[in-house]
Design a protein around this ligand. Structure first.
Ligand code: ZN
Ligand code: ZN
Length: 411
């Protein structure tokens, strides 16, 4: 007997890391006021066809859809949002005093199995209903980053975009269509197909030619209505206020039709091309589209398998900081204690008199994340030289700036 292709057992030997992930996620989400919801894994096909969008890759080719014994078309959920919205409407959850929900569980997509991509995979996701205030957009990006940091996942980058609404996006899509039609012969086969149904998706095609053509495509910023522009601008201001660094990526469109206004992805470079750790955005029209009252919404989802892979990467590290102390014991100790107190991370101070070269070797063997080099010069100038062992970059900082940054890194 063999397991289905693209499916995987989670064995007792592996369950501890799943528990750890779920526990940390639940802790963080509930401290931000979220409550768990568990919706069925199987739903009527129309929930996803209407919710996710007929013209998306998911609905077109990736769903596990079949007729049940009474000839009803049913589908294993390919994502979490549509089912949660269906339940919100069905159960009149608009009457709850709180409308911040999260889910953890399996999703199913019939994709080509490859490293890091399974046909049954797991997601942690959140949905917020009824809040159009841009503060919530910034809050959930912050919460997402906070959760990832608590899981020990770092070196992340936040990318954001404004993708407009159903008032301004159609104009933009027409312009895109015109633009890509004039380059049709150079597009890949998938994009030729997308041209009619979903030209927005061409913008995030990974094909080299499509990428080159996309570079000069019209941008949504030129078409966004005042409402979308104001909202997006405000989200950016709030992210800055919360100390979240972000990059604006005009090609970030997400694979699902329901997004409006603000979308974001959190990306790592550690997993190669499969770098998206978490992704989401606003979906102000979705609840109405599925038969509910007009209600704004926003959410994100993270792939658990990827999170676990990144957590393991991080667990291989034995120490977070190694203080390469070049004859400045007191200064080294002062820095170490500050780091321990304010970041709660693992710090190792070197007191043996060694050359810098031999200390670097030792740090490498000890599998540390950062080496902090302090000597006479640094002590006199109140600075530190920090080597990031992951990418071998080295930089000098003012001590206070460095400590402030580290506190921010771990929050
Ligand atoms: Zn708009
Ligand atoms: Zn393409």
């Amino acid at each position: 007997m063999e397991i289905l292709r693209g499916f995987k057992d989670i064995l007792p030997t592996d369950i501890a890391k799943w528990h750890r992930l779920e526990n940390i996620a639940r802790d963080v989400l509930s401290s931000f006021g979220f409550k768990e919801i568990r919706t069925p894994i199987l739903e009527k096909t129309s929930v996803f066809a209407r919710g996710v969008g007929e013209a998306t890759d998911i609905v077109e080719k990736e769903m596990y859809t079949f007729l049940d014994k009474s000839n009803e078309s049913v589908t294993l959920r390919p994502e979490g949002t549509a089912g949660v919205v269906r339940s919100y409407i069905d159960n009149h959850l608009e009457n709850l005093p709180y409308k911040k929900l999260y889910y953890i569980g399996p999703m199913f997509r019939y994709e080509r199995p490859q490293k890091g991509r399974l046909r049954q995979f797991h997601q942690i996701g959140v949905e917020v209903f009824g809040i159009s205030n841009p503060s919530i957009d910034a809050e959930i990006v912050y919460m997402d980053m906070f959760m990832l940091k608590k899981l020990g996942i770092e070196n992340l980058r936040v990318e954001i975009n404004n993708i407009g609404c159903d008032r301004c996006r159609p104009k933009y899509i027409n312009q895109l269509k015109d633009y890509f039609t004039s380059h049709k012969d150079k597009l890949c086969e998938d994009c030729k197909r997308r041209l009619d149904k979903n030209p927005l998706r061409i913008l995030d095609c990974k094909n080299k030619n499509c990428k080159a053509i996309s570079k000069d495509a019209p941008k949504i910023t030129e078409f966004a209505c005042d409402n979308c522009k104001t909202h997006y601008k405000s989200v950016k201001e709030k992210l800055t206020l919360l100390n979240i660094d972000f990059i604006e990526n005009p090609h970030l469109v997400r694979g699902l039709d329901y997004y409006t206004k603000f979308v974001f992805e959190i990306i790592t470079d550690k997993l190669g091309a499969q770098g998206t750790v978490s992704a989401g955005g606003r979906y102000d029209g979705l609840i109405e589209q599925l038969g509910g009252k007009e209600t704004p919404g926003i959410g994100f989802a993270s792939g658990c398998e990827r999170l676990i892979e990144l957590m393991e990467e991080e667990n291989k590290k034995q120490f977070d900081y190694y203080i390469a102390n070049l004859d400045s014991d007191d200064y080294a100790m002062k820095i170490a204690l500050k780091l321990i107190e304010s970041t709660n991370k693992r710090v190792y101070i070197e007191y043996e008199k060694r050359s810098l070269k031999s200390m670097m070797k030792k740090a490498d063997k000890m599998n540390v994340s950062f080496v902090i080099i302090v000597g006479e010069n640094e002590k006199n100038n109140n600075t530190v030289v920090v080597k990031d062992m992951a990418n071998s970059t080295q930089e000098e900082y003012n001590l206070k700036t460095f400590l402030d940054n580290e506190v921010k890194r771990w929050l």
